[in-house]
Ligand binder design. Structure first.
Ligand SMILES: Nc1ncnc2c1ncn2[C@@H]1O[C@H](COP(=O)(O)OP(=O)(O)O)[C@@H](O)[C@H]1O
Ligand SMILES: Nc1ccn([C@H]2C[C@H](O)[C@@H](COP(=O)(O)OP(=O)(O)O)O2)c(=O)n1
Length: 227
């Protein structure tokens, strides 16, 4: 199969819209590979923190984006684990601090370029589900299937609140809502690859919709699926 013939389903959207959850289930049902592109930006942010780099030092951050080893593997429970320079950094990557650092470094165009080919390398037969901010607009503009997930900021903050509380992380709903709004604004206003739906993306507002119903709506876009 030539690369262009390998089907890609892109799922973009703001924080807490359900991209990761929906993408993983859909990839599993289709038997396709999965790319969590946000984890790459988070990994670079976390590696930059470990190396004590200044988040204003674009040159050092670009080198860090090229040099950081990032690997993915499923653990025994089927959870996706992320290895940064050989260390399992999954829990650290999911913190709001790592999300904010990722959002900041993701605004640097050369960091985005440094991660471009790594993301495209995930396109392997029989297919790929790719989740992020610019999967349908920049990384896989030729994707056959494109989705843009949204939900109200209040519902996204509540989802994140529940998710973090279940993990024993101490957060406040107000604080999370503020962080989500700040990250939305930064991701949508940056000059390069801003968060926005591709023109040919199907928009799905998931406010008040359960995970199963969103999964079915996304799967319905992929013709001839066997799942
Ligand atoms: N449609 C939905 N309804 C309710 N909760 C959802 C829905 N989609 C995702 N969630 C929950 O919201 C939280 C954030 O989802 P996640 O997939 O991490 O979002 P994103 O990747 O867009 O930031 C998770 O705990 C997830 O289980
Ligand atoms: N394709 C991507 C993926 C993430 N980013 C940036 C912007 C986001 O705020 C951060 C973190 O992304 P991530 O998808 O992990 O975050 P959420 O799960 O949506 O909260 O990285 C990006 O610029 N482009």
């Amino acid at each position: 199969m030539t690369e262009a013939a390998i089907p890609v389903l892109t799922i973009d959207g703001p924080s807490g819209s359900g991209k990761g959850t929906i993408s993983r289930v859909v990839a599993g049902r289709l038997g396709w590979h999965y790319l969590d592109s946000g984890a790459l930006y988070r990994a670079v942010g976390v590696a930059a923190g470990w190396a004590d780099l200044d988040l204003d030092d674009a040159g050092a951050l670009v080198r860090c984006a090229f040099d950081t080893g990032i690997g993915f593997r499923d653990d025994a429970a089927g959870e996706l684990r992320v290895l940064v320079n050989g260390h399992d950094a999954t829990d650290e990557l999911r913190t709001e601090t790592a999300g904010a650092a990722a959002s900041a470094i993701a605004a640097i165009p050369e960091v985005r370029s440094a991660l471009k080919e790594r993301q495209r390398a995930f396109r392997k037969a029989p297919g790929l589900v790719a989740d992020g901010r610019d999967m349908g607009t920049v990384i896989f503009p030729d994707a056959a299937f494109k989705v843009f997930l949204t939900a109200s900021a209040e519902e996204r903050a509540e989802r994140r609140y529940k998710q973090l509380k279940d993990k024993g992380v101490s957060v406040t709903l107000d604080g999370l809502l503020r962080e989500i709004l700040a990250r939305d604004a930064r991701d949508a206003s940056r000059a390069v690859a801003p968060l926005r739906p591709a023109e040919d993306a199907v928009r799905i507002d998931t406010t008040g919709q359960g995970i199963d119903s969103v999964v079915e709506r996304v799967l319905a876009l992929v013709p001839g699926r066997t799942a």
